[in-house]
Ligand binder design. Structure first.
Ligand SMILES: *[C@@H]1O[C@H](CO)[C@@H](O)[C@H](O)[C@H]1NC(C)=O
Ligand SMILES: *[C@@H]1O[C@H](CO)[C@@H](O)[C@H](O)[C@H]1NC(C)=O
Length: 715
């Protein structure tokens, strides 16, 4: 932007401020949206989320993306980013901000860039740096880190370059049948009077922000609906953005008619919110083999089978699709519903780092009918953390709801770091399995300083929180924030959005009452029983300050773990060799000659290791149709739901491998001549990485699938 234009914008901004003072409303905002690929190493890196070292990637189902939304009122700029990742760590945000600074000086800072993870459990990990979070990935994985940092940065740059004048609308609606509470016994420990205010033990409301250009072009949408992206379970080994990622793709495909996935101008995010105790597995927990209900602590008779939740589909793919489609349809209804109200008013942002262990707050204890002064504890994980959840049971024989400890595990724990008497007292009902706050070898295990962040867009308040709030914890936070606005005159009751898993990750936040039950979420509430009590006070203070136009001190800076000697045990790719007498890209198995809707066609290629190049912004596979002018037209890539890219090592010694590409033909397919293409890179044994490609033989796609064709021919 040249300086004259910049000056004009500045003047517009000032004019806006004056106008607002006069009429109390903005004519418009400046809005930009952008999307970029964050897919990292799709093979041989453990996924982040289920903490299961066996869950190593071996291919790709859905590419992961970062979706950025820039909103600007001429004076203040705010950036919201939703990333298809398990969470966001301080190191990731720091690296993104550094890259942005190189191009935009101080336009983008900790104060105005809020980065939220969708919490998918099916994307490669190792980018968090804190020891505990990178433990199951065998340490830091630079490829994952770079892919996420580069993707987020690129999405913000694209949004920056696309800024146009526009308007914002907000609306909400109820979505039933897409989420259940996975720790109902903990929820039931909340006061009866409080529970009576709500019909359900999870929130059913979807909140939607709509972005429309001044020329009425649709720019983008953000939807917040609480649900864990754990429809894909812990046996899945194909990278996936899960239910929320697929919902985003469905919305974008509807709006970007002729674009490939991740390439359109309209950007749709389904971002995380208070999903802490919320599961998409709507059939609820059952015993693995007998199908019987599990015990109250989610175990099965004899302990020989796992207790896990699934549904509503017949397998995890169908479940993902059903939940995604429910969210997508609700969001599209809201989009077309005509019930949205325009967001007007200034944009304001506030950010502060907080050392949780130094915080105090007042807590009113119902049973003693008195106020207590409570404090944050040094981080620690309870026994029930190791039990996992019914979305992904843990590997050891731990049970959820454990409030007593075991001498053997205590001995192992003390070998790492033993909790002090003060820690034990502070954590109350939680028997400590890992005193992570005291574990400093080889570097920090869990953060002690978190990012707290609030953005105000007119009457919409977005509270960016550094973890997973449970349903009731989220409700209390929204109420606390609303109470801060009631002290001042606002034109409308504000819409309060909890943006989950933002900026730093500090595990779960339950209510103090849920904490007493020590389900997985309570055991993972790392600053002790009053983590929430502290946040209720702190976020209320943030909102009061923002409304009063006060600025706050930045707070203590979290350590830059990048400066530690990060441990990384993931082995690099050494070399690739093709199968004997073959070249990279040779097609070893061709698709069937004729196929139709509902059929899955497959081809197998001689491949290199996908970690040689994650094909960011590109694809490992292309489904191509022969056009009328004899050129091949791409109809699907590896980012589409209908395709899968599976990678298999066939010999570790020789470094040979294969890529298996499949495409399930959709109902609306255009009949014609098709082929499958595989693109990749191989690492030459004497050094260097080189691209290769291969194509299958042609096959014919007809209007009917094989099941219907059979009926037609043989009926
Ligand atoms: C995961 O889903 C598959 C079906 O897609 C099922 O066979 C398997 O038992 C499930 N496992 C767990 C632990 O949920
Ligand atoms: C309330 O006080 C009682 C008695 O001191 C204590 O046992 C209980 O844990 C407190 N409740 C909470 C939620 O902290």
């Amino acid at each position: 932007m040249d300086s004259a234009l910049l000056w004009k914008f500045h003047c517009l901004g000032t004019l806006c401020v004056i106008l607002t003072a006069i009429c109390g409303a903005y004519a418009s905002y400046n809005i930009g949206v952008g999307i970029a690929d964050t897919t990292g190493p799709v093979a041989e890196v453990v996924f982040m989320g289920y903490a299961r070292p066996e869950q190593k990637g071996s291919g790709l189902h859905l590419r992961t993306f970062s979706r950025a939304f820039i909103i600007d009122d001429g004076v203040q700029r705010f950036v919201f980013v939703s990333v298809d990742s398990a969470m966001i760590g301080h190191g990731v945000r720091l690296a993104v901000l550094k890259k942005l600074e190189a191009r935009f000086d101080d336009t983008y800072t900790e104060t105005n860039v809020m980065i939220s993870g969708t919490h998918t459990h099916s994307a490669p990990g190792g980018y968090m740096m804190d020891v505990l979070f990178d433990l199951t990935t065998f340490g830091f994985v630079k490829e994952s880190f770079n892919a996420i940092v580069n993707g987020i940065t690129k999405s913000i740059e694209r949004a920056h370059d696309a800024v146009v004048p526009g308007r914002i609308f907000v609306t909400k609606g109820e979505l039933m049948g897409a989420n259940i509470n996975r720790s109902p016994t903990a929820y039931l420990n909340n006061p009866a009077a409080e529970r009576a205010k709500y019909e359900h033990n999870v929130d059913k409301t979807m909140i939607q922000l709509q972005f429309i250009a001044a020329d009425d072009r649709s720019l983008g949408v953000i939807n917040w609906f609480p649900v864990h992206p754990t429809s894909m379970n812990n046996t899945n080994k194909l990278v996936s953005s899960d239910n929320v990622g697929y919902a985003a793709i469905l919305f974008e495909k509807t709006m970007n008619k002729n674009s490939m996935v991740g390439k359109g101008t309209f950007v749709a995010a389904f971002a995380s919110t208070n999903l802490g105790d919320v599961s998409p597995n709507t059939e609820g927990p059952k015993c693995e083999f007998t199908g019987q209900p599990c015990s109250g602590v989610d175990t099965c008779p004899g302990n020989h089978e796992m207790c896990f939740a699934s549904g509503p589909g017949k397998d995890m793919y169908e479940s993902t699709s059903i939940i995604a489609n429910k969210m997508f349809k609700k969001a599209l209804d809201l989009w077309h519903g005509g019930t949205a109200t325009e967001v007007t008013g200034p944009i304001r942002v506030i950010h502060q780092y907080v050392r949780m262990t130094e915080q105090t707050a007042q807590f009113y204890n119902e049973s003693t009918k008195s106020f207590e002064e409570v404090t944050g504890c040094l981080p620690a994980m309870g026994y029930s953390f190791a039990a996992g959840t019914t979305d992904g049971p843990g590997s050891f024989s731990f049970q959820q709801g454990t409030t007593t400890s075991n001498p053997l595990w205590n001995a192992i724990r003390d070998f790492l770091a033993s909790p002090s008497e003060e820690d034990v007292r502070c954590h109350g009902a939680k028997p400590i399995l890992l005193a992570t706050g005291r574990m400093v070898f080889p570097y920090s295990w869990q953060p002690q300083i978190v990012s707290t962040h609030v953005a105000l867009l007119g009457d919409v308040i977005i509270a960016g929180v550094p973890g997973e709030f449970t349903t009731m914890a989220g409700r209390r936070l929204r109420d606390s924030i609303k109470s801060a606005t009631l002290q001042r005159e606002t034109r409308e009751e504000p819409v309060v959005v909890i943006a989950g898993l933002c900026n730093t990750y500090s595990d779960y936040i339950t209510t103090p009452e849920e904490y007493q039950i020590q389900r997985y979420e309570g055991a993972s509430t790392i600053y002790g029983p009053h983590t929430l009590t502290i946040y209720l006070k702190h976020y209320k203070d943030l909102v009061s300050s923002i409304l009063a136009g006060k600025s706050l001190l930045p707070g203590p800076l979290p350590p830059d773990l990048f400066l530690s000697n990060l441990i990384s045990l993931v082995t690099p790719v050494l070399f690739d060799t093709p199968k004997w007498r073959h070249e990279f890209g040779d097609c070893l198995q061709h698709p069937v000659k004729v196929a139709g809707p509902g059929d899955t066609v497959t081809a197998r290629f001689v491949a290199g290791h996908p970690r040689n190049n994650p094909m960011a912004g590109g694809s490992f596979l292309f489904v191509e149709r022969l056009g009328n002018d004899e050129t091949w037209i791409t109809v699907a890539t590896d980012a589409d739901w209908e395709t899968k890219f599976v990678w298999k090592r066939t010999s570790i010694v020789l470094g040979s491998s294969q890529a298996i590409i499949s495409w399930t033909i959709p109902d609306d397919v255009e009949p014609g001549e098709y082929r499958l293409r595989h693109n990749g890179h191989y690492r030459y044994i004497l050094g260097g990485i080189y691209p290769y490609q291969g194509v299958s033989k042609h096959f014919e796609v007809v209007a009917f699938g094989s099941s219907r064709r059979k009926r037609y021919y043989f009926a």
